[in-house]
Write a protein that binds this ligand. Structure first.
Ligand code: ATP
Length: 649
């Protein structure tokens, strides 16, 4: 690293500001002054860990705070660079006033009014509702952090959840708690799953953030890249965000009063359908629930009012538990419970957010309309599911059946409302094992049920190919329709599946006959994997840059460094400050800020790689410059960050 002072040609030969800087004051002289000044650590952090270890500043908060001027204000006033911050009123430069330190603990109004009255002293006020989390006061803007970091983290994320940037009014933490949340309170405290169940009123996703770039921005020259190209594709991002939102969904007010708080080890139950289904004549419900053992979300299928006569029936679940297949929703366990006020049988499955049944995906009027729009956009006026989609479905169901039959089991639920679409053209067989438990007998005729599976499979293909469930009532006409609109391969497959077994049909024969289609499916699937990997690659870069930015955020503008000689204009860390100016604070010849994302990303990437390329950093008074390599800056940042993270200054 080499420093080159730029000396302005002046007649009186004034030295450069580098040499003009006053020498640091001897500590002994400043002692008496410092003893009266309130320690900056107390102002910023509320305490000073060096109070008893020789820190010479004043730590008596009680009488001094109100009369102290915020040190941040002083700091910002001292800065010589004409940044925007310097032109702002002082109150905007520092949002944390010294008075804030003495601000009372924030208690949401409704909670202090309602639920906490029973609590004994003021110290218990916050604990039932926010046991271990930071509480943000809308009055003071200060975060009061308590000990356990994990719920604190959860809470800080839930804070982000409720942020609605489109609203000019920031989320108000003192808004009265909705009645349904108050219902979650138990007489002797609060709902232990308060955060899971309700937290704060959720805002709808901001879908306006997920529009694709407009043509005038998207159609750029080959050498230009729109900013969106650095990030995950909007569609994929929206899909993932929707799934996250579905996973975090909570029951509505009425539902939360009728559903038990806990069922065995599951809590935060949220029904996935508003009316019960039917399985073998028994009403059935599906809930999303969180497991308190591993914290994961599962789908609970409840068979209402079912009395388990033969306990051996549950042993079938064990055989199903061993099946792990990408086209079968895995079963985790089954148990009986009286938590719903009746005798219910519960099956626990992996949860696949935003999934829908094949029936909902293809046979509702809404689905038909969506298909029509999609086909018209492709210049196709028929109302038929494309053959490639059908073969993809056939391949996936065949693969699932192969795994099931290969394990000596039968699916018994190849139906439009028991196969879920969990992603684009992605199928998974649900409710695995339920029929075996509900219709348990000592000698199950698995071979017979396997033949039934193939027959059901054939009927499903006919219904999908004719795009109508009515097609099953007139099979000869449906064959004709399929022969007319689809390839002979598809017709042959349907004939095989619906035909009389000679002596029996098998899924292996199905797989052999559709071999070329399976290869095509593998091909498509690998293309899709490539596309997803490339999307992941973009986020990988962004993740790396965020880490780097966070490091810089930890290092830059720490008021406690102001007195540190290493950070002064002659110190080795001065270049970090100047590098930040170089990356973000450049102005053009008219003094207009240069906002160039490409410059920022290039600099940060080179910094992260620690390349040998040298850049020239200019002091803020433009009187001197430093020529340093990215490698040197990187070392400097690493050293500064290590010092901070190891607790040294
Ligand atoms: N494992 C799961 N993960 C996520 N969601 C699921 C899961 N299983 C089912 N669902 C959701 O529950 C909804 C209802 O499923 P269900 O199997 O009860 O279908 P249904 O159409 O109601 O059939 P039925 O009338 O026979 O009950 C599905 O549309 C799906 O959104």
């Amino acid at each position: 690293m080499s420093a080159i002072p730029i000396v302005a040609p002046s007649s009186d030969g004034a030295p450069s500001p580098l040499t003009k800087s006053p020498p640091p004051k001897p500590i002994s002289k400043s002692n008496s002054v410092n003893a009266k000044r309130l320690c900056r650590n107390v102002i910023i952090h509320g305490f000073c860990k060096f109070e008893d270890k020789g820190c010479e500043f004043n730590h008596d908060v009680s009488n001094k705070l109100s009369s102290q001027t915020s040190p941040d204000r002083k700091t910002s006033a001292r800065l010589s660079l004409p940044t925007r911050a310097n032109t702002l009123p002082n109150s905007m430069v520092s949002s944390v006033s010294a008075d804030s330190v003495n601000a009372p603990v924030f208690v949401p109004k409704s909670i202090s009014d309602n639920s906490v009255q029973a609590q004994s002293g003021p110290s218990t006020l916050t604990s039932p509702v926010h046991p271990t989390s930071p509480i943000e006061s809308s009055d003071t803007g200060i975060q009061l952090q308590t000990t356990n970091p994990m719920p604190a983290l959860t809470n800080s994320f839930s804070h982000f959840d409720i942020m609605d940037n489109s609203s000019p009014v920031p989320p108000n933490f003192q808004s009265p708690m909705p009645e349904d949340m108050m219902n979650m309170m138990t007489p002797n405290g609060v709902d232990p799953y308060f955060y899971m169940n309700s937290g704060y009123p959720r805002q709808p996703l901001q879908y306006h953030l997920y529009t694709s770039p407009l043509p005038h921005v998207a159609n750029v020259h080959p050498n230009q890249r729109p900013i969106q190209s650095f990030f995950l594709q909007d569609q994929l991002r929206e899909q993932l965000t929707r799934r996250n939102e579905a996973t975090l969904a909570v029951p509505s007010g009425l539902e939360s009063t009728t559903i038990p708080q806990e069922v065995y080890v599951y809590h935060s139950l949220c029904p996935l359908e508003d009316k019960p289904g039917q399985i073998l004549g028994h009403p059935s419900w599906i809930y999303k629930a969180t497991c308190s053992v591993d914290g994961r979300t599962y789908a609970l299928v409840r068979i209402e009012g079912f009395r388990l006569v033969n306990e051996l029936a549950m042993s079938v679940v064990e055989s199903w538990r061993h099946i792990r297949h990408c086209n079968i929703i895995s079963i985790r366990e089954a148990f009986t419970t009286r938590a719903f006020g009746d005798s219910s049988l519960i099956f626990t499955y992996d949860y696949h957010p935003c999934s829908m049944t094949l029936f909902n995906a293809h046979f509702t009027s809404h689905a038909q309309l969506a298909l029509q729009i999609q086909l018209q956009a492709m210049g196709n006026n028929t109302m038929l599911i494309p053959e490639s989609t059908l073969w993809s479905y056939i391949t996936q169901i065949s693969s699932a059946l192969k795994a099931i039959h290969g394990s000596g089991l039968a699916s018994r639920n190849i139906e439009v409302n028991k196969i879920l679409v969990t992603g684009k053209n992605r199928l998974r067989i649900s409710c695995a094992g339920i029929m075996d438990v509900l219709q348990y007998d000592d000698g199950p005729n698995v071979a017979h049920f396997q033949q039934e599976d193939l027959l059901s499979f054939g009927k499903l293909v006919v219904a999908l190919a004719c795009n109508s469930l009515q097609s099953l009532h007139d099979l000869p006409q449906s064959f004709e329709f399929i022969a007319h609109h689809y390839s002979p391969d598809l017709k042959d497959l349907v004939l095989y599946l619906l035909g009389k077994p000679q002596p029996t049909k098998s899924i292996d024969e199905v797989i052999t006959s559709i071999g070329p289609r399976i290869l095509h499916e593998i091909n498509c699937s690998q293309f899709y994997t490539d596309a997803l990997e490339s999307e992941l690659g973009k986020e990988l870069e962004n993740g790396r840059l965020v880490r780097l930015l966070s490091k810089l955020g930890f290092i830059n503008e720490r008021p406690e460094f102001d007195m540190d000689p290493r950070w002064s204009e002659t110190g080795d860390r001065y270049i970090i400050k100047l590098f930040r100016d170089y990356v973000y604070h450049q102005v053009d010849e008219n003094g207009v800020p240069v906002v160039d994302m490409a410059h920022v990303l290039t600099c940060l990437n080179k910094l992260d790689a620690g390349v040998d390329e040298k850049i020239m950093l200019m002091s803020r008074d433009e009187q001197s410059c430093l020529v340093v390599s990215y490698k040197e800056i990187k070392n400097c940042i690493s050293a500064a960050f290590n010092d901070i993270s190891s607790g040294r200054k």
